[in-house]
Design a protein around this ligand. Sequence first.
Ligand code: 5GP
Ligand code: ZN
Length: 116
Amino acid sequence: MSDCIFCQIAAGEIPARMIYQDESVVAFHDLHPAAPTHILIVPRHHAGDVLELAADPRGPEVMEAVLKAVPQVAAAAGVDRTGFRLINNCGEDGGQTIRHIHFHLIGGKRFGERLL
Ligand code: 5GP
Ligand code: ZN
């Protein structure tokens, strides 16, 4: 998707502070961090959101790649021992602003027991 900002970041056409890359996934620092550590884990494959990915024949392999990237990204960000939150926003009520599926890995501080 040539007009998708996360496809462009994954292709290296727009700069980002990359922390991890493999053949299926890129991970980079969020432009507006919500916590001391705020990384976006982004599959290279374009799907608008988690519902689109679930309906995509490549969905399971994409989620497997994300799952395998999580420990590597957490270690690279230095939060694998201290813990973190992994968040996916879907659609308007989910607060999604970028229509390319991604997962927020946030940490570097102690979150409360309540989600919100
Ligand atoms: P969403 O609200 O869709 O779940 O999350 C989108 C995230 O992408 C936001 O946290 C926002 O700060 C981040 N973001 C938006 N544009 C850019 C960009 O060009 N570069 C980077 N690194 N992050 C971005
Ligand atoms: Zn995209």
